[in-house]
Design a protein around this ligand. Structure first.
Ligand code: FES
Length: 404
């Protein structure tokens, strides 16, 4: 397979960012090639804001959960001051992970030799190190990441120089305002599932209205036909996220046998909002599907060139979970969507197999896939900028890459 380390490869990516009528899909190697994945870590994951969860997963001081992305084990914790901290879970002694799972703690005690770290990542205890020369606990704190909250979601960034996220999400804020996601509530987030396909396959599937009334044809999905897809024409040049809408054939449509909302409708929604679904994406990790009574969010955590871990959660209007019949109503939605989800997962797995083939090509798009070129705009700009930076640094033939 031809490599990607050339100007010609990055120049031809321009064709994925043209208008939808003439754009090509991304080259298949972007989804399969281990060296491209190493490049992509530098182009995207080392510098972009990465969603890791919801702030209300850790409401109390000392609450924490652990996660991983691009193979980096992380702890997300709320400290004594009430601030959310994201830090490496890797003990700075001999690399044991100092926390697993989730819980509440006063400090993180590494089980191996009992070095102890505060909720801010400071090393506060290291037994029997008095004879060790030039050892200062301040030099062995857990590395911390930048943190930002947006719409109740926790984002972290490996790059200490990263620009703030929220000012570049104003277009998404406008369409999300009436869902009041900061105050939305949902059941506990289940453990993530590792899937054998590239994170972009999942992002594109959740981003795709073209397949809706084809792959999912049937009474549980036909009320949101692909022909009612709409796309904004005025996304800001530097937007960090994008969205699309899809009209529904009746108001408050919902995925359950009644085809109507069975949970309380988000109370501030306008009539227009109650007659459409909204899809919002903040690459490379967060993808939202918003209906009148339920928000589904996917957190995509890249885990290799052909794997990612997917956290799927839901959010409901305030008070919805107080209804004694909440779980029964939710089960109506889960049962109705189980087959739809299975169809998507099957396609995702088969697409990944197809992308490995010698016969995989750069395909073309229907107008109903405009959100895919919005996604391409986001990734290609970063791929090309990173390639130019690497060339300027003389690192263009150095694969695998290391963070700078
Ligand atoms: Fe953590 Fe030794 S590896 S204390």
């Amino acid at each position: 397979m031809a490599g990607f380390q050339s100007d010609a490869f990055f120049d031809q990516l321009d064709s994925s960012t043209r208008g939808i009528e003439s754009a090509d899909t991304l080259p298949p190697l972007c989804y399969t090639d281990p060296e491209f994945y190493e490049f992509e870590k530098e182009a995207l994951f080392n510098h972009e804001w990465l969603c890791l969860g919801r702030a209300d997963q850790i409401p109390e001081a000392g609450d924490y959960f652990t996660t991983t992305i691009i193979g980096e084990p992380l702890i997300v914790a709320r400290n004594r001051a009430g601030d959310i901290k994201v830090m490496s879970a890797v003990c700075q002694h001999r690399a044991m992970l100092v926390a697993e799972g989730q819980g509440n703690t006063r400090a993180f005690l590494c089980p191996y030799h009992h070095w102890a770290y505060s909720l801010d990542g400071d090393l506060i205890g290291a037994p029997e190190m008095e004879r060790t020369e030039n050892f200062d606990k301040k030099d062995f704190c857990l590395p911390t990441l930048k943190v930002e909250l947006w719409q109740g979601f926790i984002f972290a960034n490996f790059d200490p120089e990263a620009e703030p996220l929220a000012p570049r999400l104003t277009a998404c804020d406008d369409v999300l305002a009436n869902y009041d996601l900061e105050n939305a509530k949902g059941p506990e987030l289940p453990e993530g599932v590792r899937y054998p396909w590239n994170w972009k396959v999942m992002m594109e599937n959740n981003n795709d209205g073209y397949h809706a009334n084809r792959l999912h044809h049937g009474p549980l999905h036909d009320f949101v036909p692909s022909g009612l897809a709409e796309f904004p024409e005025d996304l800001p040049e530097n937007t960090a996220g994008y969205y699309r809408t899809n009209g529904t054939l009746h108001p408050d449509a919902s995925f359950n046998p009644t085809q109507k909302a069975v949970l309380p409708v988000f109370p501030k929604l306008t009539d227009a909002e109650r007659n459409r679904f909204l899809f919002v994406n903040v690459p490379p990790t967060l993808s939202l599907v918003l209906t009148s009574d339920l928000v589904m969010f996917l957190i995509l955590r890249a885990d290799g060139p052909e794997h990612h871990i997917n956290d799927t959660g839901i959010l409901c209007a305030p008070g919805a979970m107080d209804d004694p019949s909440f779980q029964l109503r939710l089960d109506m939605i889960y049962n109705a969507t189980a087959n739809i989800v299975a169809q998507d997962l099957h396609v995702d797995e088969q697409v990944q197999k197809g992308l490995r083939s010698r016969y995989a090509v750069r395909g073309r798009y229907s107008w109903q896939e405009r959100a895919q070129t919005d996604f391409n705009d986001w990734v290609v700009k970063r791929y090309q900028t990173t390639w130019e930076r690497m060339k300027a640094q003389g690192r263009d033939q150095q694969i695998p890459l290391r963070a700078v």
